[in-house]
Design a protein around this ligand. Structure first.
Ligand code: FE
Length: 204
């Protein structure tokens, strides 16, 4: 049975952060909207850009990809990405036959060093339940239509195992360099609820 310890009460640090945040807002020293912008930055920009660089390198460099699949923690650490909630990484590769997606059924375990903070929907009860009970329906709602013959594998993250989906390299990206490839890699495709962008598609 995997250890799953984040339903524990807030740590001392978390309590201090909340207390400080409340106090700063109450005293008018910080604008809650500014805090939201900061959080959004970490959720949507800084964090997933790390994962995108990892994926782009795996697409470009077969040796790196092999290292990433064999020893994800070490391969990711080659970029200097490491730390809390990234200690025990597993990378699962999407192919034309297998589609992987990740969830944390019990709380919100998520690979912070490569993806940043989890999106709100990832932590929501419906996603946590339905990703397991009806993954194809969930994928359809995210706009991913899979052929019936594609096997869907759902990986339940725990305090001990964090998953990163290595999305399929999109068609038409053969001539792109690593930086351009990274632009095709979204947070959602590394959770497995989306496909990587196609080159030339607008970056919504
Ligand atoms: Fe969890």
């Amino acid at each position: 049975m995997a250890k799953h310890d984040h339903d524990a009460p807030l740590s001392d640090t978390q309590l201090r952060v909340r207390a400080l945040e409340s106090l700063l807002i109450e005293k008018g020293l910080v604008d809650p909207a500014a805090l939201d912008i900061l959080i959004d930055t970490y959720e949507n920009k800084v964090g997933p850009r790390n994962g995108a660089r990892v994926v782009a390198r795996a697409w470009s460099d077969p040796d790196y990809k092999q290292r990433l699949l064999d020893d994800p923690g070490a391969a990711i650490a080659e970029f200097g990405f490491s730390g809390r909630q990234g200690e025990d990484m597993v990378v699962v590769e999407n192919t034309s036959e297998v589609h992987n997606m990740t969830v944390c059924t019990l709380c919100s375990c998520y690979p912070w060093p490569v993806l940043g903070l989890p999106p709100v929907w990832y932590k929501s009860a419906p996603y946590r339940a339905r990703a397991v009970s009806e993954p194809r329906a969930v994928l359809r709602e995210f706009g991913v239509e899979l052929d019936e013959n594609v096997e869907v594998r759902v990986w339940d993250s725990t305090a001990e195992m964090r998953y990163l989906v290595l999305p399929e390299r999109p068609a038409g990206s053969e001539d792109l360099g690593e930086d351009e490839l990274a632009e095709l890699v979204t947070r959602d495709c590394m959770i497995g609820v989306a496909k990587a962008r196609s080159p030339g598609a607008s970056s919504a």
